[in-house]
Design a protein around this ligand. Sequence first.
Ligand code: C2E
Ligand code: CA
Ligand code: CA
Length: 756
Amino acid sequence: MKIALMLLLGISAIVLSSCIYETWKNKKKITVPMLKLLRSSLVAVVLNFLILAFPVQWLSEILYGLHFANVSWMMYFMLCFSLSYIGSKPENHINIPIMRAVLSFDSIALLLNFWGGHAYSTKLYNTWGGGFCYICVHRWYLSIHALIVHILMAFIFIALGYQTIKAPKVYRKKYLYPFFLLMIVIFLDLMHHLEWNPVDISVVGYGVGTIILYYYAIRFQPKDLARRSLGIVIDDMIESVFIFDAEGTCIRMNEAANNMFEMQDKIGMVEEYFAEWKKKVDIRAESGKSWEWSMPRENKEKHYLARYHGLFDEKNRYIGSFWTVRDRTEIVEELRKQRFLATHDHLTGLYNEEWFYEKVKEMLDTEPEEEFYIVCSDIQNFKFINDIFGRNVGDELLIKMAGRLKDRVAIGGVYGHLEQDRFALLIKKADFDPTIFKDIPKEVHANKDISYPVNIFLGIYEVVDRNIPVSVMCEHAIMAVHTLKGGFNLEIAYYDEMLKASVLKEQQLTSDLDKAIENREIQIYLQPQITGEGTMVGAEALVRWLHPTRGMVMPGEFIEIFEHNGLIVKLDQYIWRLACEHLKRWKECGWGDKYISVNISPTDFHFIDIYDTFMELIEEYQINPKNLRLEITETAVITNLEKQLELIAKLRKAGFIVEMDDFGSGYSSLNMLKDIRVDVLKFDLNFLRNSNDIERSRKIIKSLMILSHELEMPAISEGVETKEQVEFLKGIGCNLFQGYYFARPMDVKTFEETYM
Ligand code: C2E
Ligand code: CA
Ligand code: CA
């Protein structure tokens, strides 16, 4: 018994010492009161160990005195600790100075027992298991001491008991266990005091109890609390969380996960979903990896990002898993939207140009054996429709065409909206339907009276060479479209060898121009302008290419090409120069009253300073600007109205006669008339020829003629072919004519011989 007790005390002493060290090192909140409690417990354990170890009466008496004094202090520290343990401050509950005074008095009284013998005496005692030690025999003062100790104990008891009842359930254990512990210690202590047990084994209780209390205070973490907080945290997460045990049963789903499976929330559904996944997942290697995942929900495709986490025990055995699933639908949709915007035309929703090329290439690569057509469409005079009927009419037309493509083109085709009125289509040769746009209304309407025909042309390039860029294939198809002119039915043109030849011809003409100018193959023909009285007053200079192999090439064959590639600027400047040369010569020959009109292409305005160029010419050739008439088209003026009006004003101020060419055949004439100030309006009678109600056309010409008088811009009629026309025009006040009726354009020599 004695040995066993000593062993227990020894072990307690060692453990308490290490607790003290740890507390001191870790500096917990509970440190100060806990440290004091630990220290006093250690003292109690050590003193009792010594009492048992050295059964010497005088020593035992001193040690007992120290022990009893220490017990009071230990209880005091225990009270302080308990109060701080329950989250309160000792000084709020006890008067510390008085308490310390009482305890000091008690300590002195107990220590004085050595001389007074008022508290206890000692006697030798044989413990049950053998071995002697001195035990205490109580005297009167020890009862006072016991009273102090038990009052302190009662306080501790009340504090912990109260807190046990008051605390929320999760925290109850924190107070309940120390409370029980304390009860056991008190019980042991009472046993000793009531002398049921002569050896005070309660000291062991103090030691072990303090150790347990220490661990409880430091280590206590309410598991429930942690679990509950985690539960709340998980439920609050936007991500869905699924926790599975090792067998694959879902043991926990958070709120978001529940919502995610709301529609399919049948038992086993979740397991089934994840079982599929788990087959694919390497449970060890792929822990922490993410997967994209979509599933239909509420008639909508939902997109998720799922992340798998394997759970393993300390021996690395698989014990379960959890999955977090994030709803990425919004992000995915946003990305898709952006991608759509970047790759689609926003008016029609079809592929835009770049994307169409990309997709065509893809398809051609995936089906190398198939025969394909590239088809490009063109609406005749689409710009006109847009300008006159309004953009919305034009847009509506395009949307209808896009709709037709969407409806009619089989899966094996790619289609897109390249620009303005240009749609493009890649389609298997066998699937191509030439009537694809046949349902498109044949006319557009501004109201029920005003309509305009809608003619859609298709140009087709058969993909024979897959190595050329798709954009070039489209260019070929567009080239084919350009060969279609007029006509009121849907027309189709194929890019074929003939077209290729004409393209080659174009290229030939382009490359030949420089040489042609040098060799004087480029010439002007003059078409006289005649007054009502039959007098020739001047002529229009019209270009002719006297080609060594092709013979005479008319401007209709090359002007457009050169306007397109910019060479027109070179050509025109050369023609103006020729005109100036003749004017200079005429002046010297005494024909200085005759003028020559030259044409200015709309393209010229983009490349050169028209004013400076003509000023330099008249300066160089020393001619009167009045003799060099300038023909400008409406197109040139309307593209940059303000600037052009300014330029026209400047030219007129410098003495040039400016003519509005082809007046009446464009479409913004009336609109422009209010701002424009030119010297002459040049009427093209072509539209008279093309009209089926001559009478009405004549009325219009008549009105325009009156208008030109009113606006003080005299008129010249060109394209006059019959006597009848001349009579009519004379009748309505036009007195200047140009046309086959009088003379065709002729070379300068003939002109001079005839008229000068
Ligand atoms: P434009 O300026 O309207 O020239 C009048 C055109 O009408 C000329 O055709 C002329 O030959 C033709 N013409 C004259 N009288 C009659 C007639 O009674 N009936 C018919 N049906 N036609 C008649 P051309 O010479 O073939 O020129 C065609 C167009 O080429 C010109 O139309 C003009 O726009 C352009 N062009 C001609 N020479 C030049 C030039 O040196 N520079 C530029 N930029 N364009 C030119
Ligand atoms: Ca002209
Ligand atoms: Ca003209």
